[in-house]
Design a protein around this ligand. Structure first.
Ligand code: BEZ
Length: 252
């Protein structure tokens, strides 16, 4: 699991939750519904769900994120928990998850916990990176490290970015009925001008950069920037090649 720099997340990467506010519309939380926000981060979407009258619990694997969520929204209920291994005694009407499931390579463990947490007829509403998400950034990192004989994360990448068909099959096999699956490109401008890509790498690409000798990290980041500049740097802004997968699925 990644170690999160909460200040960096709140400061320059608020697009993670801002761009997914319409996922809350898709969830359409009803007053009194019991909802789990799985991977709630610093709680901003949890609060949007609560504002619709639902009884929501935010859960995140990062104690630092949960601490910040509690500071941001002291009246809401947040707890630390692992998406691959969680159990609640009272079932949920809905599980909501934004930009979290792609961090879990053991996807079936997470989906099994989600299914178990839902009441029969309850729904999963989720968005994650789709097949091809940030592909040019992943390729640039891999090529830069390989060229220098530096180590890659196990499997070449820490992320799970499924194709639409593959993910629907997995969810159906695990006991959900998928009623909506939508894969779309969302080119995402990164904050910070010239520094935008290095901020993104510092926030999200720790699995690539942290194992390197400290003296090599900046060299790798600069080489990645040079590889990607023509493709992703436009009019003074880095634009990451995000591709999203949204699903709505009901527990049978
Ligand atoms: C994403 O939200 O798609 C994402 C963020 C960071 C790393 C990888 C993917």
């Amino acid at each position: 699991m990644a170690v999160w720099d909460v200040a960096r997340y709140e400061g320059r990467h608020s697009f993670v939750w801002r761009q997914a506010q319409d996922l809350v519309q898709l969830l359409s939380p009803q007053p009194g519904e019991r909802v789990l926000d799985l991977g709630c981060g610093t709680g901003h979407l949890t609060a949007r769900i609560a504002a619709r009258g639902a009884r929501v619990i935010g859960m995140d694997a990062s104690p630092a994120m949960v601490e910040q969520a509690r500071r941001n929204y002291p009246d809401l209920h947040f707890l630390v928990g692992d998406a691959r291994d969680f159990h609640f005694s009272e079932p949920f009407d809905a599980v909501f998850s934004n930009a979290v499931l792609h961090w879990i390579r053991e996807q079936e463990l997470a989906v099994a916990c989600i299914v178990e947490a839902l009441r029969p007829g309850g729904r999963l509403v989720a968005e994650l990176g789709a097949k091809g998400n940030v592909a040019s950034i992943v390729t640039a990192l891999q090529e830069t490290l390989r060229e220098r004989g530096l180590p890659l994360p196990p499997g070449g990448s820490p992320w799970y970015f499924p194709g639409l068909g593959e993910y629907v099959v997995l969810l159906e096999r695990m006991g959900l009925e998928v009623v909506l699956a939508h894969l779309f490109d969302r080119p995402t401008p990164l904050e910070g001008g010239e520094e935008g890509l290095r901020h993104w790498l510092a926030m999200f690409a720790g699995d690539f950069l942290a194992p390197l000798p400290e003296a090599r990290r900046d060299e790798v980041v600069q080489a990645v920037e040079e590889r990607l500049r023509r493709r992703l740097f436009r009019d003074g802004t880095w634009v990451a090649d995000y591709r999203r997968l949204r699903v709505v699925a009901y527990r049978r």
